[in-house]
Design a protein. Structure first.
Length: 164
């Protein structure tokens, strides 16, 4: 007698990931092109999580951060760019954690609490990092230094990689 374990994350996990990604996409609302990239990334995050496809989740990160870059270049406010970046990185991290939980305990296990706590802690850490980055931006002064935003984006990706 053989029992096959479904290693995909639960649908609740995909909903959590999609919710966080949607918040990130909505912050890019003032730039239609950035919004499209953000929504595409969110769809890939949630879809990749639902079917257990890590590469699809990674494509979601590329699409959503592409939306952040487009938003920064088309005039979305800096605070919204930072907020979107933070949300997308937390969604990506939560999606990867959901995939790991699915592989470890299976789809039928109750893993919502573990993922929720992980996402909350990652969100807190990312928010503090984003706040520090935004504070540095304000301290440096006016204008729209795109180079600083790109460096902030790179720093956020490095932070997310360190959290993983």
């Amino acid at each position: 007698m053989s029992s096959v374990v479904d290693t995909r994350p639960s649908t609740n996990d995909a909903a959590l990931v999609g919710g966080v990604g949607t918040v990130g996409a909505v912050t890019l609302l003032t730039s239609p092109n950035a919004l499209v990239f953000g929504l595409l990334g969110t769809l890939l995050f949630a879809g990749g999580t639902a079917v257990g496809a890590g590469r699809v989740v990674s494509l979601g990160l590329v699409a959503s951060l592409g939306g952040v870059v487009v938003g920064a270049l088309t005039g979305v406010g800096v605070v919204f760019v930072v907020a979107a970046t933070t949300c997308f990185l937390v969604a990506w991290d939560a999606a990867n954690q959901a995939l790991a939980l699915g592989e470890t305990v299976g789809r039928e296990a109750v893993s919502q609490r573990a993922l929720s706590v992980h996402a909350a802690v990652a969100g807190g850490v990312a928010s503090v990092a984003a706040g520090v980055g935004y504070g540095v931006y304000l301290a440096v002064g006016g204008g729209r230094p795109v180079g600083a935003l790109v460096l902030l984006l790179v720093g956020a990706v490095l932070l997310a990689s360190a959290l993983r």
